[in-house]
Design a binder for this molecule. Structure first.
Ligand SMILES: [Zn+2]
Length: 336
């Protein structure tokens, strides 16, 4: 991962872009304030209490931010996507599991531990199958893994995809049609269950829009028509009647776009302020020492070029050997 980030920064530099922040989106439980991945999903198993923000900032000298991928999906829709002009909406990411993010009155809901909008873990059957968190969560029926699990439970898999066929949500949806009523029925039941779960959220949060993204936005009409019908039937009227149900413009990229948007929101006081150095250096005749938020040789060089007499590197106190080595190795003859 570090190598890929390094490559990205290099590429941006070669195109003459200045990288001012690193944004990361990940599955699992993220402590947003501390930039800590507390616990991961199976996709990146073993990531427990990883201080990924600190790791990135120390390695690259650029402010970093990390958030849960569901939150990032909602941020992406709000900043770049379908929800740009609405303040209340629910983003639903359909994939192997079900995640999402919720905006209320223009603000992303984070809760006390940044663990909101775990939409996949709304229980739709208190006596249902065991989930990692409890019983009968919607994810066990209406997600990619849930569709396969449910088809297996009802002994429908062979009916749907044939003996020896490949079992996945994609094959189930591709096979759904007049010749395969079992697949149509399963998708319809799954979409309906999700509609019932989301009706509960609509009743609680009063959104004006629901936006779907993720790898399974192509599950097709049996799933999404049933979702819409059940939502309208179960949601409280009249609030539910004018809820728009839309698909993302970039269903596979919501995580990465949301993370990028977060990186742009890193407070300006956390960035190295070139303008400030330039402004002070041009107005006073005494030597100016630029101190704080200077984490990379490039930033130090830029400060000197704008008139700073000397620079003090922000993290020199905590990791003196590492920092000195990094700066010493990047000095050119001109710097010396
Ligand atoms: Zn659950």
């Amino acid at each position: 991962m570090m190598e890929e980030v390094r490559e990205g920064i290099k590429l941006a530099g070669s195109e003459e872009f200045n990288v001012t922040g690193i944004g990361m989106s990940t599955g699992g439980r993220v402590n947003f304030e501390k930039g800590l991945i507390e616990d991961s999903t199976s996709a990146i198993s073993g990531w427990k209490n990883i201080r990924v923000k600190q790791m990135m900032e120390e390695r690259f000298g650029i402010p970093a931010v990390v958030d849960n991928d569901g939150n990032c999906s909602a941020i992406a829709e709000k900043i770049f996507g379908k929800a740009k002009s609405v303040d209340n909406f629910i983003s639903i990411v359909l994939g192997t599991g079900i995640g999402g993010g919720i905006y209320v009155d223009g603000k992303l809901l984070r809760g006390k531990s940044n663990y909101t909008a775990e939409i996949g873990h709304i229980s739709v059957d208190v006596d249902g199958p065991r989930c990692s968190c409890g019983y009968g969560c919607i994810e066990l029926y209406a997600s990619g893994s849930g569709l396969v699990r449910w088809a297996e439970e009802e002994s429908l898999l062979t009916d749907i995809v044939g003996a020896g066929g490949e079992f996945s949500a994609k094959t189930i949806s591709e096979s759904a049609g007049p010749g395969n009523p079992a697949a149509v029925e399963l998708l319809s039941k799954a979409g309906g269950k999700l509609g019932a779960a989301i009706a509960g959220l609509v009743n609680v949060f009063d959104p004006s829009m629901i936006v779907f993204s993720g790898s399974l936005v192509n599950l097709g009409a049996p799933y999404f028509d049933s979702f819409r019908e059940t939502l309208l039937y179960r949601g409280m009227k009249p609030a539910v009647d004018d809820v728009e149900i839309l698909f993302s413009d970039f269903p596979q990229e919501v995580g990465i776009l949301g993370a990028a948007a977060l990186a742009f929101q890193i407070p300006v006081e956390n960035r190295f302020q070139l303008d400030l150095v330039k402004s002070i250096s041009s107005r006073v005749s005494t030597p100016v020492i630029a101190e704080g938020r200077i984490w990379s040789p490039d930033q130090a060089r830029a400060a000197m070029e704008l008139g700073a007499y000397a620079v003090c590197v922000g993290t020199v106190i905590t990791r003196p050997v590492e920092i000195v080595r990094k700066f010493a190795s990047s000095l050119t003859d001109r710097d010396r």
